[in-house]
Design a protein around this ligand. Structure first.
Ligand SMILES: Nc1ncnc2c1ncn2[C@@H]1O[C@H](COP(=O)(O)OP(=O)(O)OP(=O)(O)O)[C@@H](O)[C@H]1O
Length: 308
């Protein structure tokens, strides 16, 4: 049985189509990264999964149960880190944990959870004085209460510094080793690389790719990325490069100096010639294996993409 099945999910907010016949599956025991740029529909999907909002059409099943009909049972077996941290200013970390422990009806020690997320120094301090990162750690600790079968983490790295983000990934791995399925959303490819078995890339409410990180990397034109530094760049030139036969994507990456990043499978000379023919001066270029950012960009910026 899959941990989660999303089947032809559509959600409109008035005239805004946030999700369009979205379908995917999260397997039991895997870490699934749900990736997409801002506004792609990640939070909307999670809100439907948790029955915080109702879909326009389609069905979601979580742990084998209908997400709308059995949301209470689902929530009892799921740990959730929602988007946008909302702690209670007047409660301490310990009190937050006591609340989560009571709600789940388990017998656990708040301190163990707080130590695990690195909040041992702030256990009895009021959350009102917490930094964003501390609040995020506190919410993560609350999500871990009761050893949930499924963890749903919406942008868990928000507000965390690189150390905090690394610790969060360590906890995700530990939870997965314990047997939990983990579903977490991010708009940063690197965050999902180290921990995810599979990644789904959402774009404008549709899934444009689902694969392992390696598979995604391979799918981007043999994984080679050409960076060209030029004296100037314009949309027509980017479009022309994008239309070349061996190019799967082209986008501008910064303007000081202007740089164009091209995923190319085959001759790089054609790209350089196209630019030079347009009177653009190529000042430098280099090729690298496609970085994960390149992969993400190639799936989420304008180009023909095929659902896989
Ligand atoms: N309550 C709402 N009313 C109207 N439109 C909404 C509402 N919530 C989301 N949307 C729209 O639905 C689309 C998807 O938004 P959603 O928040 O799900 O994306 P997201 O991928 O989570 O983005 P982010 O990374 O910025 O959180 C966007 O176009 C957004 O503007």
């Amino acid at each position: 049985m899959p941990a989660m099945t999303v089947d032809s999910l559509t959600k409109s907010y008035g005239r805004t189509l946030a999700l369009s016949e979205l379908s995917f599956e999260v397997k039991e025991g895997e870490v699934f990264g749900f990736l997409g740029p801002n506004g792609a529909g990640k939070s909307t999907t999670i809100n439907v999964i948790l029955d915080f909002i109702r879909p326009t059409a389609g069905r979601v099943s979580v742990l084998g149960m209908d997400a709308q009909k059995r949301s209470r049972e689902i929530r009892a077996r799921t740990g959730v880190l929602p988007e946008g941290v909302e702690t209670y200013d007047r409660l301490t970390a310990r009190e937050h944990l006591e609340f989560a422990i009571d709600s789940k009806g388990v017998d656990e020690d708040p301190e163990t959870h707080l130590e695990r997320v690195g909040l041992h120094d702030a256990i009895d301090k009021k959350a009102g004085g917490y930094s964003k990162g501390m609040s995020q750690r506190l919410m993560l600790a609350m999500a871990l209460v009761g050893e949930p079968e499924l963890l749903i983490l919406d942008e868990p790295s928000t507000g965390l510094d690189p150390n905090g983000a690394r610790e969060m990934r360590r906890i995700v791995r530990e939870e997965n080793e314990r047997g939990a399925t983990v579903f977490f959303s991010s708009h940063i490819m690197e965050q999902v690389e180290a921990v995810c078995d599979r990644v789904g890339i959402l774009r404008e409410g549709e899934m444009v790719a689902v694969d392992s990180v390696e598979g995604l990397r391979d799918s981007v034109s043999g994984g080679e990325s050409l960076r060209v530094t030029v004296d100037r760049i314009d949309d027509d030139a980017v479009q022309a490069v994008r239309s070349l036969p061996d190019v799967s994507s082209a986008s501008v990456d910064g303007d000081a100096p202007p740089t164009i990043v091209v995923q190319v499978d085959g001759s790089k000379t054609a790209v350089l010639s196209e630019l030079e023919d347009r009177g653009i001066d190529v000042q430098d270029f280099s090729t690298t294996e496609a970085s994960l950012d390149d992969v993400f960009r190639s799936y989420t910026t304008d180009r023909e993409v095929e659902a896989r």
